[in-house]
Ligand binder design. Structure first.
Ligand code: PLP
Length: 478
């Protein structure tokens, strides 16, 4: 399997070459040259491999799917990496991603029982093991630099802590994350984890990461890398749980299932798109957004419009607060028939020039719902509160704010006789304030997280100044 850039760069690379890279050299995103096809016999075999959540079944399924895309890691090693990653000890159950039924034919797929209680663990835990493996093989080191407003940073740190050859330098806006999120990151005492609390907002953190990454000499000298959501390995890891969700929601491979995905950067639902392109019998992929409705607008109208900061809202489902969707280019590449010149004209030229493009009159867009199964919807703070209340009253289940956006939108797109699976992307304890607003009570806290806010913290406060951050990295990365 070789990987290409959505903007047409001539290089074709193998999996381990793109594993430690971010964007392609031309600014595009990496995609496989083709999607391996799962025929009926292969699907039946994968169902048996998963074995309806038997111990080790998820890891075995992950190995089978990853093997279709990775041919430069020996099979025995890849299997060991999957076995080490997807354990009941790390993810709470043997099924790893158990389905919880709410209504008849309406399910939640639990993706947030990993170490940081959000679905990003599903991919990040694998990435930590892949990075350690590949860096060890090359005898290299990597210093991961990132900015976070919450979920990504903690998932990355919990995946990379204690890993050989990897250090993490994670910038976060001082005092802006929830106490729970701060505790998840700042209580890590591993020497390879560096928390940097920047005196500023999230955008200041991102600007510093960009400034450091644009200093190519510094970047090379200090082996700076990233783990952001455009990383293909992260997306690939997420493909697996669409298969696991499908197998749990059906008895036979003749049935079709729809998925609703609380979306921000389009990484999660893009993995669903890949699964569907491989031949997994997915009926609809429903994109649920919050007030930051860039994606809902696109799927309704064909207009993709990047929002300015004044137009980007801080909401009670903060991990979906985006001004643009960084993985969206992958889907558009497929939508325009894998025409890289066209994709480049849209994402490089039109977005730089106009901040938007319009495919509303394009035949590909007009047929997109039918060809690719995409639908969308939007949810507001009031919708979240109402949905959290309703799900609690009717089913006795407390859902988090992002999952509530998903449930709200999924209900607008359910069809009789067609199972609907909503991806549960976080546990409610991470967003306790809104749960209290909706239900008048604190969400349940898993026992392992009792009192984490009181643990000792290890972090370094710094002004919003790239030079200061660089000096810190230089001092701590040898
Ligand atoms: C990151 C995140 C999302 C959005 O996922 P994308 O892959 O960016 O679309 C949704 N919910 C939660 C809880 C998240 O952490």
């Amino acid at each position: 399997m070789r990987y290409l850039s959505t903007r047409g760069h001539a290089d074709r690379k193998r999996f381990c070459e793109i594993l430690l890279e971010g964007l392609a050299p031309d600014g595009g995103l990496y995609l496989p040259e083709h999607y391996p096809q799962i025929d009926a016999a292969a699907l039946q075999r994968l169902r048996d491999v998963y074995g309806h959540g038997r111990p080790g079944g998820y890891a075995a399924l992950a190995f089978e799917i990853l093997s279709l895309y990775i041919d430069d890691i020996p099979a025995a090693d890849l299997r060991a990496l999957c076995d080490r990653t997807y354990t009941a000890a790390v993810f709470g159950t043997a099924a790893i991603v158990p389905l919880k039924q709410l209504d008849d034919g309406f399910y939640l797929e639990a993706l947030s029982n990993g170490p940081t209680l959000a679905f990003k663990d599903m991919a990040m835990q694998l990435l930590g093991n892949l990075f350690e493996y590949e860096l060890g093989r090359r005898g290299e080191e990597l210093n991961i630099l990132g900015a976070t407003s919450g979920d990504t940073g903690s998932a990355a740190e919990h995946a990379m802590k204690g890993k050989r050859g990897v250090r993490v330098f994670m910038l976060s806006p001082q005092g802006r994350m929830s106490p729970f999120q701060q505790a998840q990151m700042f209580s890590l005492m591993d020497p390879n984890i560096h928390n940097i609390a920047v005196e500023g907002v999230f955008d200041d953190c991102q600007d510093i990461v960009k400034a450091v990454s644009n200093d190519l000499a510094f970047k090379r000298a200090h082996k700076i890398g990233t783990v952001n959501s455009i990383n293909w390995a992260r997306l690939l890891a997420q493909v697996v749980y669409y298969f696991a969700g499908y197998f749990q929601a059906t008895k036979s491979d003749t049935e079709k299932v729809s998925f609703t995905v609380p979306s921000g950067n389009f990484g999660n639902v893009c993995a669903g798109h890949v699964a569907r392109q491989m031949g997994l019998p997915i009926h609809k992929l429903v994109v649920a957004t919050n007030e930051n409705d860039v994606l809902d607008e696109f799927f309704r109208t064909g207009v993709y419009r990047v929002r300015g900061s004044a137009d980007t809202h801080e909401t009670s489902s903060p991990s979906m607060d985006i001004s643009k969707a960084s993985n969206f280019e992958r889907f558009v590449f497929d939508l325009v028939g894998r025409d890289a010149a066209r994709c480049k004209a849209l994402f490089h030229d039109a977005l730089a020039r106009d901040g938007r493009f319009d495919l509303g009159a394009d035949a590909a867009f007009v047929g997109a719902a039918a060809t690719y199964g995409f639908l969308s919807g939007k949810s507001t703070h009031a919708d979240r509160l109402a949905t959290i209340r309703d799900v609690f009253q009717r089913f006795g289940v407390v859902i988090d704010t992002h999952t509530a956006d998903g449930v709200k939108v999924a209900r607008e797109h359910t069809a009789a006789g067609r199972p609907m699976v909503v991806l549960e992307t976080a546990l409610p304890i991470k967003f306790a304030e809104t749960i209290v607003e909706a239900l008048g009570r604190e969400p349940e806290r898993p026992a392992a997280y009792a009192g984490i806010e009181a643990l000792p913290k290890r972090l370094k406060a710094m002004p919003a100044d790239a030079a200061v951050v660089k000096a810190y990295i230089a001092e701590h990365c040898a």
